[in-house]
Design a protein around this ligand. Structure first.
Ligand SMILES: NC(=O)c1ccc[n+]([C@@H]2O[C@H](COP(=O)([O-])OP(=O)(O)OC[C@H]3O[C@@H](n4cnc5c(N)ncnc54)[C@H](OP(=O)(O)O)[C@@H]3O)[C@@H](O)[C@H]2O)c1
Length: 265
C-alpha cells in the first residue's frame, strides 16, 4: 500500500511550516540573527528581501542565499530616519511584491550609562530599534490584513523585561517593541496577521563584538543560561520559521524567549 502524498511527513510539515509562495522582508538580514532568520525563511520557501546599510554585506548574503537555490534580493537603506524607512519600505516591496512576513531585526546597541545618554543616543536608538519597526509595519500590515495572512516578528531583548548591564535607552526601545507587538496583535490578529517577538539572550554576533573580547564575561553570561552556552544566530532559525508559517496562526501578541533559559534562571 502506498502512502497518499498528503499523508507524507514532508507534506504535513509543509502545511505547518512551509513558506512557499510567501514573501518576506527582513531588516538587519545581512548580519547575525537577522541573517540567520533570512536564510531560514528563504530555505523554507519564502522569497526574501533583506534591508540594511552596508552594500557588501547585503550582496554577500544575497549570493549565499541564491547559492542555496533561494529567491533573495536586498535594499540598502539607513533605517534611522523616517524618510529613509519609508523609501526602504517601498523599495523592499518591489523585487517580489508586497510582503506577507516582516521581520524587524535591524538594531543598534548604544549603551552608555544613564547620565550620559544624550539626545543623539536616545534618538538613534528609538529610531532604529522602535520607530522603524512601527513604520514598516504600518506600511505593510494593512495589505497583509486585506490578503488575510501576515506575520510581524520583532527581535526584542532581555532588557525589555529587566534592566542589567546599562540597559539605558536600549532597554526602553525594546520594551516599546514588546508593547508594539501587543498593540499590533490587538488590531490585526482577527484579519490573519499575527504579531510576536523573539527574545534573545546573549548571542554571539557582531553587535556585541566588544563584549566578546572579554572571555570571562562571555563565560559568565553562558553560565547564566540553563543550556550552558551563549546563543548563536542559527538558534533563531526554527523559531522564526514557526512564527512566520501557517502553523502559528493562533499564536499572537507573544514573546518567545530563545535564550537557553537565561531568563528563567
Ligand atoms: N546579539 C545579541 O546578543 C542580542 C541580544 C538581544 C537582542 N538582540 C537584537 O537582535 C537584533 C539583531 O542583532 P544582531 O546581534 O544580529 O546584530 P548584528 O549582527 O550587528 O546585525 C545588526 C543588523 O542591523 C543592521 N543595522 C544596524 N543599524 C542599521 C540602520 N541604521 N539601518 C539599517 N540597518 C541597520 C546591520 O547592518 P548595517 O550595519 O550594514 O546597517 C545588521 O544587518 C537587534 O535588534 C538586537 O538588538 C541581539
Amino acid at each position: 500500500m502506498t502512502t497518499p502524498a498528503s499523508d507524507h511527513p514532508a507534506s504535513y510539515l509543509s502545511a505547518l511550516f512551509g513558506l512557499d509562495g510567501r514573501t518576506a522582508v527582513v531588516t538587519g538580514g545581512s548580519s547575525g540573527i537577522g541573517r540567520a532568520i533570512a536564510e531560514a525563511l528563504a530555505r523554507a520557501g519564502a522569497s526574501v528581501v533583506i534591508v540594511a546599510r552596508r552594500e557588501a554585506e547585503l550582496a554577500a548574503t544575497v549570493t549565499d542565499l541564491q547559492a542555496h537555490g533561494c529567491r533573495a534580493a536586498s535594499v540598502s537603506a539607513d533605517l534611522s530616519s523616517r524618510e529613509s524607512v519609508r523609501a526602504a519600505a517601498e523599495a523592499a516591496a518591489e523585487p517580489f511584491g508586497e510582503p506577507d512576513i516582516l521581520v524587524n531585526s535591524a538594531g543598534v546597541n548604544l549603551r552608555p550609562p544613564m547620565p550620559e545618554i544624550d539626545d543623539a543616543v536616545w534618538d538613534t536608538t528609538m529610531a532604529v530599534n522602535l520607530e522603524a519597526p512601527f513604520l514598516l509595519s504600518q506600511r505593510y500590515a494593512p495589505g497583509m490584513a486585506e490578503r488575510g495572512y501576515g506575520r510581524l516578528i520583532h527581535i526584542s531583548s532581555q532588557q525589555a523585561f529587566r534592566a542589567f548591564v546599562t540597559s539605558g535607552a536600549y532597554g526602553v526601545s525594546k520594551a516599546g517593541l514588546e508593547g508594539l507587538a501587543r498593540s499590533q496583535a490587538e488590531q490585526w490578529s482577527r484579519h490573519g496577521v499575527t504579531a510576536n517577538t523573539l527574545v534573545p539572550g546573549f548571542v554571539l554576533t557582531p553587535l556585541n563584538a566588544r563584549l566578546q573580547d572579554d572571555p570571562e564575561c562571555v563565560q559568565a553570561l553562558a553560565g547564566r543560561t540553563m543550556v550552558g552556552r551563549n546563543g548563536l544566530p542559527g538558534d533563531f532559525a526554527s523559531a522564526a520559521v514557526f512564527l512566520a508559517g501557517p502553523g502559528s496562526a493562533y499564536v499572537t501578541g507573544q514573546s518567545l524567549f530563545v535564550d537557553g533559559g537565561f531568563s528563567v534562571h
